[in-house]
Ligand binder design. Structure first.
Ligand code: ATP
Ligand code: MG
Length: 325
């Protein structure tokens, strides 16, 4: 299988200052030394608490923001050395669907013009774009009569189908789905997930699905990537990571499954004790140190690298959890 996405120690650090004359620049290590490979046709679920860097990672892949370190290869193109021609190819190849239908679609545009927009930008002739708009609407199982509708006339599920249709318009190879179902009712969520699975299979798409919802991840993903404060702490096949989590943070997530979503917090027991900590001016040790019940004095000093733990499973922990017999 070909590698679609290959990240090597990818970094996105933001410098923040309090004002023009502030010389005390602080650094937010939103994505820090993330190494990760995604094969063609694979569905990788990316989980982690709010602020762990999931969207920032997606924005780097989408070239919406520049990386500040490391390397990202996408379908053979090195992002930091890409020519204009490479970027044009990548813009066609990677599509995105966000959580909020409102941020996916312009309220003043009909469904047809929304779907056609990326094609028009890429110079697809109008007639061809119009045909393709019909085709992609069929693919997301929506009636063609909706082409003339405006976003406010549609339900959340329909809007998300339109956003997916638009993402498909340029025949992408990779789709980044940032919380694609979390704004939807549970019954509609399943329909959208099934549609995504169906499309993935038909077109051999590669997905990076970002979500707080472990049930979504379990349902849809081949592999799971877990981020904690900008770091990739665990990665591997879904059954491995959910069945035998090796990082104490992942274990905590699995034990407290439904409460990752900040909107649901308080309804269930606390995810983990302690404060998630800050991304600003982080010390040298493991970022999970303060919350980890297995932490030793080594963990305070050493930031563990992500290493193979067998069965395609990788973990960044000095004391990975053993599989219980
Ligand atoms: N433009 C920016 N400037 C400074 N800091 C930023 C910027 N964008 C993101 N950050 C910071 O980077 C960190 C990661 O943010 P990000 O949005 O990637 O998290 P996330 O995992 O997507 O969270 P959520 O689950 O809430 O969507 C946060 O601390 C955030 O405040
Ligand atoms: Mg996000």
């Amino acid at each position: 299988m070909a590698k679609m996405v290959e990240l090597e120690k990818l970094e996105k650090h933001f410098k923040i200052s309090k004002g023009m004359f502030d010389t005390d620049h602080r650094v937010v290590r939103a994505v820090d030394q993330v190494s990760l490979s995604i094969e063609e046709g694979e569905i990788v679920g990316l989980v982690g608490e709010s602020g762990s860097g999931k969207t920032t990672l997606a924005r780097v892949l989408l070239s919406l923001t520049k990386m500040t370190g490391g390397k990202a290869m996408i379908d053979g193109v090195d992002l930091s050395r890409a020519t204009k021609k490479d970027m044009k190819k990548l813009h066609r190849e990677i599509a995105v669907v966000f959580q909020d239908p409102a941020s996916n679609l312009n309220p003043r545009q009909t469904v047809e013009s929304s779907i056609m927009r990326p094609m028009v930008i890429h110079g697809v002739p109008r007639a061809e774009a119009q045909n393709k708009a019909k085709e992609v609407l069929d693919m997301v199982k929506m009636d063609r009569r909706y082409l003339d509708s405006f976003p406010h006339q549609l339900s959340g599920g329909q809007l998300q189908r339109i956003a997916i249709a638009r993402a498909l318009a340029l025949s992408p190879k990779i789709m980044i789905l940032d919380e694609p179902t979390s704004a939807l009712d549970v019954s509609v969520q399943a329909q959208i997930l099934n549609l995504l699975l169906d499309l993935q299979e038909k077109m051999n798409l590669t997905y990076l699905v970002i979500t707080h919802d472990l049930n979504v991840i379990r349902y849809i993903s081949d592999k799971i990537a877990v981020m904690y404060l900008g770091k990739l702490v665990e990665f591997g096949p879904t059954e491995e990571v959910t069945g035998h989590p090796k990082h104490p943070y992942t274990k905590g997530l699995m034990d407290a499954a439904p409460i990752l979503d900040p909107r649901l917090r308080g309804r269930e027991k606390e995810l983990m004790k302690g404060d998630p900590g800050s991304l600003i001016n982080i010390g040298t040790g493991c970022r999970f140190f303060a919350r980890c019940k297995y932490a030793t004095s080594e963990c305070e000093k050493e930031d563990p690298e992500i290493l193979s733990a067998g069965n395609g499973h990788q973990v960044a922990c000095l004391h990975p959890l053993k599989i219980e017999p």
